[in-house]
Every structure is written in structure tokens, then in C-alpha cells.
Design a binder for this molecule. Structure first.
Ligand code: OGA
Ligand code: ZN
Length: 368
């Protein structure tokens, strides 16, 4: 984008762009973002904002080759690249290659339409890594297949993104029917749709479940797009939706070594009102203790969301095969499984998590 014309006033720079748009940059912003105020290697801001006058005065502006030279009343001169001005127009969020719009899905998503990617390609090529990650971000879920038959084959793929999120269950975890379990996942019972670790201050982002064996009767997998359920609730029952956004509820997990609790809402919105997180786990919800005037309405709202987790309209069912790994955004897509009969065969999933921050960082690096 090129600049058609510019003019300086004491309190700001006015830019007319060649596409017909105009932008005003307050003088304090121009001083705060003058390239001279940033470390040349680390690109961190070293300028002390409080060392500036609260209302610096712009006294002149001149358009050069790819940059704008600005003069201020205190004698300071800024050379600001046109690209910087265009990339950071006030009132407009800077472009972010990791800001991928969620595409909501309901029961039309099936085991055969689920995005599928080969492990070998992801391990070998950045382009395959990028297209898999972009799809996973869009749908909140994707399948990886043709993993080697070794425990670390799934974590090797996860580590292509970044480091793993450690939790009280370890850096990786084994989903098998265990003696003396500290988690229902480590039994053979059915797990209704849930998100993992809603009792954490920040629940783990992307979850990886690598299937090493699934030979028992039962043990099918279930998924649902929590954002789609929340959006439908928003339009069908706005009051219930609002209560699920506004009222924090207790989530807790405890065993011999941990007692981890938070109060958080089931649905979290961003500043623009978009759904950005679902925390839902009937087993880890604590004892509700909101004021009794709110409680009956809250239960009604909570049950309305819960009913959606049972509604086939939202369900994706599939049966994981050895050598497959399902990857999903644990803060968006709910997961569960059918009960299985451990006397009929072995079932073993090897799991790990990578947080959203590592995921979006890798997406941005892959885009450059
Ligand atoms: C879990 C879980 C699903 C399964 O480990 O958190 O939900 O299929 N497991 O066993
Ligand atoms: Zn789980």
C-alpha cells in the first residue's frame, strides 16, 4: 500500500492511502513507536514512555522512499517505515497468520470427512505441518494416521509444534485401565463428553491421543464442537447462554499429591463477544455455591448445555485404530468414549498436550 498524501498537525499525522482510506496517528503514538525507541537486535521497546511529554507536538512530515520523516517541536526526528504505519493503523488489529476463524461443525462432520494427515509428511515437511495445523485450528480437530508402532510416535508429532504441557498427570499420560486409578479415564467406564482439566488456571490447549491398541469390545470415541453448542445456545436460549458466561463455577481435582481448584465460567467470550473457551466436565465440577437466588436459573442453564452434550445433532463418533492419533483443541472440542470391556482385549492411548500459545507461535513462524 502506498501513501497518496500526508499532513502534519500538532497532535497527529493524517495519512491518505492510495486505496482511498485515511488514517490519523496521534503524535504520542508516533513517538511511542518511533523505531529509535526499539532495541535493534531484540526488537523490544526500550523507550521510556514517561520520559516523553504527554502531548508531544508534531511540527512537520515528509514522505520519502518507503518511509515518513517526522519532526517534533522538541527536536526529535522519526523515520517511520510506511509498512509499519500501514500494518498498525489505529482501530485495526494487525494481521496475524495464527488468527484462524473457527469453522463450526455439527453431526455433518463424520469419521470419513474429518481432516486426515499422514504422520510421516508432518514429520518431514514444514508445509505438511502447516496445512495440518491450519486445519486443526479451523475445525478444532483432525486425525493423524500411519504413526509408527512405538509409544513416542505421537509425541514426536506433537513436538513438531513446540514443547509439551506438563500437568499433574505428567508430561505424557497413559490412558489404560489401571489398578488404583486417580482419574476416571484410567478405568474402563464410559466418559461422557468433557474437556480435560477445567480445574486448571489455564486448561491444556491441544490434546493428542495416540492409539497404540484398541482391541477391547467398546471404547469408541465421541467428539463435539463446544463452540457450535455454545453458539446454538446463544440463539435458542440467550439467558442461559449469558449465565454460563457470567457465573463462575468451581472445578476441582484432588488426589494424594494435588488439590487443584478454580472458579471459572463454562463459556468464555473474548472482548468482541466471540466464544473462545469451553470448560465442561461434569465429573470435575465442584459443589455449586452461587447465591441461592441465582441457583435455580443457573441449574436450568447448565442443564441446557448438558443436554446439548447428549444431543446426536452435535456428535462425531469414530473408533480409533492402532496407528492413529486424534488431535483436538481441548478448550473448544469436547471428547469422550464408550465403556469398554477390558477382559476382551487391550486398549491403550498415549496422551499429551501442547498449549495454544505454542501452537499459534508455530503457525506464525511457519507463515514467514
Ligand atoms: C482422557 C480421555 C478418552 C478415551 O484421557 O482424558 O478422555 O478414549 N480419554 O479413553
Ligand atoms: Zn478426557
Amino acid at each position: 500500500m502506498t501513501i497518496q498524501s500526508l499532513s502534519a498537525a500538532a497532535d497527529g499525522l493524517y495519512v491518505a492511502w492510495s486505496d482511498g482510506n485515511t488514517t490519523t496517528y496521534p503524535t504520542i503514538w508516533l513517538r511511542d513507536n518511533c523505531p529509535s525507541g526499539f532495541h535493534p537486535q531484540t526488537h523490544e521497546r526500550v523507550l521510556d514512555l514517561l520520559a516523553l511529554d504527554v502531548s508531544p507536538i508534531l511540527s512537520g512530515a515528509q514522505l520519502g522512499e518507503g518511509n515518513v520523516t517526522l519532526r517534533y517541536a522538541d527536536g526529535h526526528i522519526s523515520n517511520i517505515p510506511v509498512k509499519l504505519l500501514h500494518d498498525h493503523r489505529p482501530g485495526q488489529r494487525a494481521h496475524d497468520p495464527a488468527a484462524i476463524q473457527p469453522q463450526l461443525w455439527r453431526a455433518e462432520m463424520t469419521a470419513s470427512s474429518l481432516p486426515r494427515h499422514g504422520a510421516a509428511e508432518i514429520l518431514a515437511q514444514d508445509q505438511s505441518l502447516q496445512s495440518w495445523m491450519q486445519e486443526t485450528a479451523r475445525y478444532g480437530i483432525a486425525m493423524i494416521d500411519q504413526l509408527e508402532n512405538r509409544t513416542s510416535a505421537g509425541t514426536d508429532v506433537a513436538k513438531r509444534i513446540g514443547f509439551l504441557r506438563k500437568t499433574n498427570f505428567g508430561t505424557t499420560f497413559e490412558v489404560v485401565n489401571k489398578p488404583d486409578p486417580n482419574n476416571l479415564a484410567y478405568t474402563s467406564v464410559a466418559l461422557p463428553l468433557h474437556t480435560d482439566l477445567p480445574n486448571q488456571e489455564v486448561p491444556p490447549g491441544y490434546q493428542f491421543l495416540h492409539c497404540l491398541a484398541n482391541e477391547a469390545t467398546g471404547g469408541g470415541s465421541i467428539f463435539a464442537d463446544g463452540f457450535a453448542m455454545a453458539e446454538d445456545l446463544r440463539s435458542e436460549d440467550p439467558e442461559a447462554f449469558q449465565l454460563l458466561c457470567d457465573v463462575p463455577i468451581p472445578f476441582r481435582f484432588s488426589d494424594q499429591t494435588a488439590d487443584i481448584r478454580v472458579y471459572e465460567p463454562v463459556i468464555t467470550l473474548d472482548n468482541a463477544g466471540a466464544v473462545v473457551e469451553i470448560r465442561y466436565n461434569a465429573h470435575l465440577a465442584g459443589v455449586f455455591d452461587m447465591p441461592s437466588e441465582v441457583m435455580a436459573d443457573y441449574y436450568r442453564a447448565y442443564r441446557a448445555f448438558m443436554a446439548k452434550t447428549r444431543d446426536p445433532k452435535y456428535r462425531l463418533t469414530l473408533r480409533l485404530q492402532a496407528g492413529e492419533m486424534v488431535v483436538f483443541d481441548n478448550r473448544r472440542v469436547l471428547h469422550g468414549r464408550d465403556a469398554f470391556d477390558p477382559s476382551t482385549g487391550f486398549r491403550h492411548l498415549h496422551g499429551c498436550y501442547v498449549d495454544r500459545g505454542e501452537f499459534t507461535s508455530r503457525l506464525r513462524l511457519l507463515a514467514t
